[in-house]
Design a protein around this ligand. Structure first.
Ligand SMILES: Cc1ncc(COP(=O)(O)O)c(C=O)c1O
Length: 365
């Protein structure tokens, strides 16, 4: 058996190469590279795919979060509640606005924000809450949305890992006030470089996000508000439009891979990912828990199987975030999983034979 990478982007490109190359040629022939027809068409198409009214293309998922927060007028003096078990980007976006991240613990089975912990963390300064749909599994949004509505707090969905996932029958990104997506190449819908999008049903938030992504311009060269430069490129938009047509089929295939892993590993003592009944998990990652995680990781590597850890050090224990003042032991579920989690190879092009090889190798360990 050849090496099994954690993801294989070359295979995906090869499967739709002719269409992608055609899209690139189309952009080169037009000679328009910034905020042209491709970006606006993709904004409409992706927003519609997410059952939302507006899409605003930006330069990355981190920027999508930052600009979503700024659109909600989050600023210095405000607090924003988020999980510590997330990509550091979620927290760095909060800090970019000057607000204080308030980090809370996760539901240990779902790996997403625990609504009861959110409730305890709400203060008079709470301006927003960011549930992260980690690994492609939607966070339990309803209790969070209910609390937030009562207290007039914004909810921003971090959908960087949840393109196409569903919570109670409706796509991730369409439930809260505003949502942020990443098109980092390894995401379920990935560009060929950095990219991101803000999705919302609120016309005034969409309008503000549009101004903020380009210097606050309503008309060229005249800033209505202070903004920045964070635009999605035409080239990326053209290629993402091609890939969007395949997203459901690719997610379906990921679910097939996940179900095969679940079946083959069901007799082991591993903790396997849950699929909440009211959700459609899109398995951006397939994450298992093992008490001897590091030894298992090394063993798999020796057999040619590549794995990753999402994420090895919770944000509240990272050197850069010491100033937030969380001691070791303060978020027990988060810390418990960080030592045990392991992400197995997961992508639509994985063959049944490869999945069986990974599962058998784990069992031989
Ligand atoms: C949960 C989460 N939020 C935010 C981001 C940031 O996205 P980007 O890398 O496009 O800035 C990522 C991607 O790494 C992510 O996984």
């Amino acid at each position: 058996m050849n090496e099994i990478p954690i993801i294989d982007l070359k295979k995906q490109y090869e499967s739709i190469q002719a269409e992608l190359d055609e899209a690139l040629k189309r952009v080169f022939a037009k000679g328009i590279y910034i905020l042209g027809d491709e970006v606006s068409a993709f904004e409409d198409e992706f927003a519609k795919y997410c059952n939302a009214s507006y899409g605003v293309g930006v330069a990355s998922g981190t920027d999508a979060l930052t600009l979503s927060l700024l659109s909600c007028d989050v600023k210095t003096g405000d607090e924003v509640i988020a999980p510590s078990h997330t990509a550091v980007a979620t927290i760095s976006a909060i800090e970019m606005t000057g607000a204080k991240p308030v980090l809370v613990d996760i539901d240990i089975q779902r790996y997403t924000l625990d609504p009861s912990q959110v409730e305890k963390a709400i203060s008079k300064n709470t301006k927003a809450i960011i549930p992260v749909h980690l690994y492609g599994c939607p966070a339990d949004l309803n209790p969070i949305l209910e609390m937030a509505r009562q207290k007039k707090i914004f909810v921003i969905e971090d959908c960087a890992q949840a393109h196409g996932a569903k919570y109670q029958g409706q796509r991730a990104g369409s439930h809260a006030d505003i949502a942020a997506f990443s098109f980092y190449p390894t995401k379920n819908l990935g560009a060929f470089g950095d990219g991101g999008m803000i999705i919302t049903n609120d016309s005034s938030l969409a309008e503000r996000a549009k101004l903020l992504r380009q210097y606050g311009w309503k008309n060229r060269y005249v800033s209505q508000i202070k903004g920045m430069n964070s635009r999605l490129d035409e080239l990326h938009a053209a290629m993402l439009r091609v890939k969007l047509k395949y997203l459901d089929a690719w997610n379906q295939r990921r679910r097939g891979v996940a179900n095969l892993y679940l079946k083959l590993l069901s007799e082991t003592e591993l903790i396997l990912p849950m699929q909440p009944q009211d959700c459609e998990h899109i398995f951006h990652q397939f994450v298992i828990c093992h008490p001897k995680r590091d030894a298992l990781k090394d063993f798999l590597y020796q057999k040619g199987i590549h794995t990753l850890i999402h994420y090895p050090v919770p944000v509240h224990l990272q050197p850069a975030y010491k100033n937030l003042g969380y001691a070791k032991g303060s978020l027990p579920n988060t810390e418990k999983v960080a030592d045990k989690i392991l992400s197995l190879p997961m992508y639509p092009e994985l063959t049944e034979e490869q999945v069986e090889f990974v599962a058998n190798t784990i069992m031989s360990f």
